[in-house]
Design a protein around this ligand. Structure first.
Ligand code: ZN
Length: 86
């Protein structure tokens, strides 16, 4: 399949296809929004900055210093959803 065919056949309501698409690397339906658990500030990993930081870490998570002055950790779970915690 070409990337265009995968995009054309993509159906985000099908969980199995959702995972397969994520694994191809061509396209993902990852949820890239997450919030600071301290102040609730919204983050969006649009330029893959945080996922790349996760990938470069052995434990596949990264710590972020928020504007509120607190630090928190974030990672992506197995379904490609961004999660954050204190
Ligand atoms: Zn914050």
């Amino acid at each position: 399949m070409t990337p265009a065919e995968i995009i054309a056949s993509a159906n985000v309501t099908d969980p199995e296809r959702f995972v397969k698409s994520s694994l191809t690397g061509f396209i993902t339906f990852a949820k890239i929004d997450f919030n600071c658990p301290h102040c609730g500030k919204k983050y969006s990993d649009e330029d893959d900055k945080y996922v790349n930081r996760c990938n470069s870490n052995k434990d596949f998570c990264t710590s972020i210093k928020c504007d509120c002055g607190e630090k928190f950790k974030m990672t992506y779970d197995i379904t490609g959803k961004a999660v954050s915690w204190k």
